[in-house]
Write a protein that binds this ligand. Structure first.
Ligand code: RB5
Length: 172
C-alpha cells in the first residue's frame, strides 16, 4: 500500500520509527514531515498528509502529534478525509469497517509504540464493510468542508509559526 504519514515536532522520533516499520512491511511511504524537532504546527502536517490521500498519491494516511487531537482535527478539514483519532485496536477496526476512515490519528505521547503498531496494522488490514447505510453516512460526512481559499493558501498557518518564534508557546 502507499501510506502518507505526517507528524509535528513533538513526535518526530515516533514518526520516523513508523516510516521504517511500514517500509519494513513492504508499504510505500510518503513522509510529509516534519523532519526534525524544530517547533512547528500540527495542522500543516495534518493537511499535507491528508491531501496526499485525497489526491490519490496515497491509499491511506497516518498522522501523529502529542495527543493526536490537533492533527486529527486538522486532517479532517481536508475534503474527502475521514480521520479517526484512535488509542486502541478495536476503535481502529470500527473506524475502517464502518466509516471507511482513510486517515488514522494517534497521540505519540499517549499511546505506546507497540500499540501504535497494532493499531496501524488493524487499520490497514481491515476492509470497509460496504452497505447502503454506511455509504450514505460517508457521503453526508464528506459533504462537510474547508473552502477553496483556505485549501490553496500555503501560508494559512504562518501566524502560529511566528508565535513560536516569539516565544508564544512557553510550555511546548
Ligand atoms: C504540541 O503542539 C502539541 O500541542 C501537539 O503535539 C498535540 O498534542 C496537539 O493535539
Amino acid at each position: 500500500m502507499r501510506i502518507s504519514i505526517g507528524c509535528d515536532h513533538i513526535v518526530t522520533d515516533e514518526k520516523n520509527y513508523l516510516v521504517s516499520y511500514l517500509e519494513g512491511k513492504g508499504h510505500e511511504v510518503i513522509d510529509n514531515g516534519t523532519y526534525d524537532k524544530e517547533r512547528t504546527h500540527y495542522p500543516i502536517y495534518g493537511k499535507k498528509t491528508a491531501e496526499k490521500v485525497v489526491s490519490g498519491e496515497a491509499d491511506l494516511g497516518v498522522v501523529v502529534c502529542g495527543t493526536g487531537v490537533g492533527i486529527s482535527v486538522s486532517s479532517n478539514k481536508v475534503k474527502g478525509i475521514r480521520s479517526a483519532l484512535v488509542g486502541d485496536v478495536e476503535t481502529a477496526r470500527y473506524a475502517k469497517e464502518t466509516l471507511n476512515a482513510n486517515v488514522i490519528a494517534m497521540g505519540g505521547r499517549i499511546v505506546g509504540i507497540g500499540l501504535i503498531e497494532n493499531i496501524i496494522d488493524e487499520f490497514l488490514e481491515t476492509e470497509y464493510q460496504q452497505s447502503e447505510a454506511n455509504d450514505r453516512m460517508i457521503e453526508r460526512i464528506d459533504a462537510l468542508v474547508m473552502n477553496e481559499e483556505q485549501k490553496n493558501d500555503d501560508h494559512y498557518f504562518d501566524e502560529f509559526l511566528e508565535k513560536w518564534e516569539n516565544g508564544g508557546y512557553p510550555n511546548e
